[in-house]
Structures are given as C-alpha cells and as structure tokens.
Design a protein around this ligand. Sequence first.
Ligand code: ATP
Length: 326
Amino acid sequence: MKIGVLTSGGDSPGMNAAIRAVVRTALYHGCEVFGIKRGYSGLLSGEIIPLDSRAVGDILQRGGTILQSARCPAFKTAEGQALAKEQLLKMGLNALVIIGGDGSFRGAQDLNKMGFQTVGLPGTIDNDIGCTDYTIGFDTAVNTVLDAVNKIRDTASSHNRVYIVEVMGKLSGFIAAAAGLTGGAESVLVPEIPADLNALCAKISRSLHEGKTHSIVLVAEGFYGDPVDADQSSAFKVGRFVAQHTGCETRITVLGHIQRGGTPTFFDRKIATLMGAKAVELILAGETEKMVGIVNDKIEAFDMDAAIGERKQVDPQWLDLIRILS
Ligand code: ATP
C-alpha cells in the first residue's frame, strides 16, 4: 500500500512529530510512504517525495513542518481537483493523511469523493476543531504566550500601565482563554463571548486606584471579527478605548508569529505521535473520511463531517473565573 502525507493551512508545533509517527508506523506495517510538499499546492504541482525512516529522523523536536505548508485556493476549483487526482493516480497513492485545520479537512473530503482514502489529524495552534479536546500545536502556543506574558508582567509591575496583549486564534478564543486563565490576566476578550468594555475600564480604574500596579488584558486577534479582514489589530482598538475611558497609559503587544514556532511541548509531541500512529491504523483498517481526535485523554476516530460541523466553544466559566481571580 502507498500512503501520502501532507501538512496544510497554518503550520503548528508538533506537525513534525505527527509526520514521523505516520511515516514510521506505515513503514513498520510494510507500506510505502510519500511526502507531499506545501500542502495541496505541492499535490497539484507534483512535489511528491518518497519518505524512508531516515527522512524523518531528528525532526521530532522541531517546530514547523519539514513538508512545509501552504494555502492553495486553486485546489478548490474543478480543474485543481482534477489535477490532484491525476497526480495521485500517477504516483499510485491510495491513501492520504492530511494534517491541518478544517479547511484542509474539506479538501480531504473532496479527495475522498474522488475515491481516495483520507484521514485527518487536527494540526493548528487555534484549537478550533470539533471532536477533539486539543489540536496539535495548541499547547506549545499557549506556553509561548505564557512565557511572553511572564516577561510583560515583570515590566508591567515596574510602571502603572495597562498592557494589552494580542494573541492568535483567528475567530476562536481558546489561546486567549487558556493563557488568561493560567497567566493571571485581568480580563480576556474573545470573539465568541460579548464583552462589556465599559465594565472592563471601570474595573481597571478601580483596581489601579486600590493599589494594583498593573493590569494585563489578553485580546484574541479575532475579537472584532475576522483578523484577515481587519485593517487594524484588535489590541490597538481595545488599547485606544481603554486609554480614552480610564485615562491610563496603555501599551500594546501583538505577539504574532512567535506563537507558531518553537519546539513542541511534551503534550503536543504526545498527541501528535499517538494520532499519527492511529491515522495509519485507520487507513490499514479500510477507514476513510475520519479525523483522529483526543477526548478525555483517549485517542479516537471521528467522522470528518462531525469534526468540521461542530463549533467548539470557549467555556464561559473560564472567563468568569479569570475575572474572579484577577
Ligand atoms: P488553519 O486552521 O491553520 O487555517 P486550515 O486547514 O483551516 O488551517 P485553510 O487555509 O482554510 O487552512 O485551508 C487549507 C487549504 O485547504 C486551502 O488552501 C485549500 O487548498 C484547502 N481547502 C480549504 N477549504 C476547502 C474547501 N472548502 N474545499 C476544498 N479544499 C479546501
């Protein structure tokens, strides 16, 4: 059997660990494995390379993805999909492991309709995929944010200022909520849950008046809508509002792409490895259009439709607790 593996959409720490697990599990079972470079772009252009055990050596601990990743609008067109089919048939690939987000899974569904077996692994720092408690890369990204917030706290305590820190997550607030809960933010602003900025300002003024030396507010990049469409970062808008309504000095930090990089944590390596191995087992068992998830610490297979269809929500109780504890 010939299995292909690709990484698509935004890269995330732990994708390499997943690739390694897919390749070595498949080789162990006597399959041939091929890496498709740059996601669906490389599929269309035929950038498909054989992967042996050595090809995935020394990558477990590295962030990013050795296969590189891309967004490929052409793959969504009928011509693009016909070309993808042609390339897969030419290489004799029967099955594909697709590591990416929900967009990548929609592509996997299209390939499945063309007769190829597909299994998806949730690879995104955003944690915005249904049917899994965690996505590969989320834990590392949150730890990166915590590291940055710790440093901002040091300087924040030395001045009476309000620090507004913007984190990634597109239209999802999981990174903001997780880092806010464990990093001691004053407040967390997420796209999913409406926030009362006047109440936030009143609280900031009150706590500074009562002797608190600093306030840190975490803002998800999609707080004001799709960050791709936004002409200005959410943090700057919030910062301006807070400065105008409290009279406090504000400082803005947009953490940006440092959240995508770095060596994956134990947790991300663990789920990437277990999910990668499970993906190959599913393929060998004849399963298709499945996504591997982790729920209550168990690795399980779910229908891709369910994973794409479920809108996973930040727990509002976390935001309440953040407020109570700040
Ligand atoms: P991330 O969460 O990092 O954004 P993603 O997988 O959701 O990851 P997208 O840019 O949405 O990232 O999708 C990656 C690629 O998957 C697209 O560039 C495109 O090639 C393919 N894709 C996305 N949506 C579809 C679709 N509806 N049908 C077919 N292919 C799609």
